[in-house]
Structures are given as C-alpha cells and as structure tokens.
Design a protein around this ligand. Structure first.
Ligand code: FES
Ligand SMILES: [Fe+2]
Length: 387
C-alpha cells in the first residue's frame, strides 16, 4: 500500500483534528427497536442478505496451499472452503450427494474427503472420485455427483461466496469501483495468516456491527487501553462507498502532519483505516496487522446471537523477532479491545435491544458510520426507519 494512498481523505481527517470535530451526518437518527426485533425482518435478512450477498468467508491466506480447507457453519448450512489441487479456491455445500452426511470437517490439508457414512469420496475440487458399491447405482453418472458448488470468486485476498447455488456473483458491481480499488491496493493476497479468534455474544447482529462504526465509545469503553491512548476519540472521517463505507479513525499523531509536505505523508502515522463491507465485515488496519472482523448472526432457534470472528493477517516477517513482537502486540491489543471491553458491553446492550420498553435508539450526527450502516441495511430490506 502506497504510504500516501489515503491523502485525499487524510486532508479532511487532519482538518477535523485541528478543529477538534468530526464528520457529521445531516441529522440525528432514531432507530425503532423493532428494526432489531422484527421476526419477519429476520427471515427476510437471512434469505435476502445472508444467503444472497457475496460474503468474504475466508482469507486467501487461510487456504494458501493446494488442498488447504476449512469447514464453516453459516446460517444453518455447512460450507466447505477449499483450494483445489489446481490452485483454485472454491466453495461447496458440505453435504454428500448420496444421503447428505458431511464429507469434510474442521480444517487442514486434504486431497480427498471421504464421507463418514458410506465412504463416497470427493477430491479437493469437489469431484466425486470414488463411489463404493457403484453397481447399486447403475443410472448415476459419477461426473454429475460432485459436491454442490457455490458461486465464488477470489479477489483482494478474500474468497467471496454467495451461499445460494446457481446465483451470479457480480462481485465488481457489488463492491463498486472505490472499494475494489482499495482492496486491490491493499494486496491482501500477499499477506500471511497469523490466527483467527472468535466468540459469540447474545445480541442482534445489526446492533453488534454498529459498534464498529464509531469512536464515540473509545474514551469510556476503551479508556484504559490502546484505542483511547492512540486515537482521538469521537472523531472519524467518513466516505460512503455505495453500500459500504470507508472511515479514517485519526491517531493523536495526525496533527504532526501539518508540518510535513503532503507528498511525504505516511498514512500509518496519522490514521487507522476502517472499512465496513456490507453486510457484516469490518476491515481494520492498524500498523503491522490487518484485522478482518466478521459480525454475522447465528440463527439458532429463539436465541439471538452474533458470532464475532477476527482474522489477523500481516505483511511483516514473523520469523524476525521484531516482526513477531510487533504483530503479536498489535493483534493482542486489538483482540483485548474487542473481547475484554466491547464484548461485555455488547452482551448488556443485547438485553436492551431485546427487552427495553423504549421505542427508539438515538444515533447522533457524530455517529455517521453507524447511521450509514443502519440506513443501508434497512434500505436493502425495504424497512422504513422513520415509520
Ligand atoms: S451419505 Fe455420504 S456416502 Fe452415504
Ligand atoms: Fe470498541
């Protein structure tokens, strides 16, 4: 990433810092609690959003080698993400074409996936390569009985998957020019995977993702930790990228750029870039580490839960002691802010979202990123926030 890549937005971020202000939405937004509670809306969002949007379900770095794979459980579907022997990353429904058992489990490196029920065996490009007792299936053509493939495309170091088979992905149209350009500039396909950590929290996912759209809570929730030590709180510089958005969270050191010619600006000294990729992905890039935070619902009977999953990538050399120390420190600080500080807060907020008797939540003009998230999701679902 070119050190001056964010200069255009950084100029505004610097102005915001100098004027001790932030980008503001036009108005205060009231969000009816019904937006988080409405059961009909949950059915609609599962069908229309979760099962029908290109979701970046794994980083390329996690399945870097041929035959690397991971099984994920998403919205009640088991999904196999696997790099074939030909180097192409693909996604499949992880259900055997015989009677539906799951041929793959966990993660690792395998050339073949043998179904635990009757040993039909698939290779890492999803083809059925062994059908024991094939005389019992005289009319079945093995060639047509590969695992059901989901539409997917590897781009920007991520494997984007639409969980409904047979759909078109249209990834570039979905991302738009700006986000495509940014993802290309990051070059995450060259990054290395450090690790992935996850937890579940009892809160509606739409309320959970909003947590990553503002720095207004940094002073209070993260008052004793890194975010409030390095960032200017309650300020962000916001750009809507169509459905998605891009924000700069300013570092306290941004004001030092005043005395540096613009062509020598180094964004790592002034800001932390934060993306929201509709519907549930946040990409944050503090120095040394890129963190992909997936915030997606668990549809689990009556239980209202969100899975928050952080994947940490790096361009640093972790064989070098300094690189190892830097990346571990940044990764652990980022994780602690989310796990130790945001998580307990979100748990309590989840209760209010489910049970409070108040009718609305109020989103300030300063919470411009939160407003964009809520307005976009509501808009896509045809839900009127003003009703
Ligand atoms: S269900 Fe997989 S082999 Fe029978
Ligand atoms: Fe936070």
């Amino acid at each position: 990433m070119d050190a001056t890549f964010f200069n255009g937005t950084m100029k505004r971020a610097l102005k915001n810092a100098e004027n001790k202000t932030t980008d503001m939405a036009a108005d205060v937004l009231s969000i009816p609690l019904d937006y988080y509670r409405n059961e009909g809306l949950k059915v609609k969002e599962r069908e229309q959003i979760m099962l029908n949007t290109p979701l970046p379900l794994i980083s390329s770095a996690e399945i870097a080698q041929p035959n690397d794979f991971m099984v994920r459980d998403l919205f009640g579907k088991s999904v196999l993400l696997v790099r074939g022997g030909d180097g192409v990353a693909r996604a499949f429904e992880n259900y055997c074409r015989h009677r539906g058992a799951m041929p793959a489990s966990g993660c690792g490196n395998r050339r073949l996936f043998s179904c635990p029920y009757h040993a039909w065996t698939y290779d890492s490009s999803g083809q059925l390569v062994n059908l024991p007792g094939s005389e019992g299936f005289p009319e079945c053509d093995q060639k047509n009985l590969g695992l059901l493939e989901l539409t997917s495309q590897e781009f920007g170091g991520l494997l984007w998957v639409n969980l409904t088979p047979g759909t078109e992905l249209n990834l570039h149209a979905f991302l738009g020019d700006k986000l495509s350009e940014h993802l290309s500039a990051w070059g995450l396909e060259k990054a290395k995977h450090i690790e992935t950590r996850e937890f579940e929290v009892e809160i509606n996912w739409k309320a959970a993702i909003e947590n990553f759209g503002e720095t207004y809570h940094f002073q209070t929730v993260h008052g004793q930790s890194i975010p409030s030590q390095i960032n200017i709180q309650n300020t962000s510089t916001h750009e809507a990228f169509g459905l998605h958005h891009f924000m700069l969270f300013s570092l306290k050191t941004i004001v030092e750029l005043r005395d540096v010619p613009e062509d020598q600006w180094d964004w790592t000294k002034g800001v932390i870039p934060v993306y929201w990729i509709y519907p549930g992905t946040i990409i944050v890039a503090p120095p040394g580490v890129t963190q992909i935070i997936e915030t997606l619902p668990r549809y689990d009977g009556g239980r209202e839960a969100t899975q928050i999953r952080s994947t940490f990538l790096t361009f640093e050399d972790r064989n070098d002691p300094l690189g190892l120390e830097l990346t571990d420190a940044v990764m652990n600080a980022s994780w602690e802010a989310v796990y130790d500080e945001d998580r307990p807060l979100l748990e309590k907020l989840g209760q209010a979202v489910r049970n409070s008797s108040q009718e609305h939540l109020i989103i300030g003009r300063n919470e411009i990123g939160v407003q964009h998230i809520a307005k976009t999701i509501a808009g896509q679902l045809g839900y009127d926030l003003q009703a």
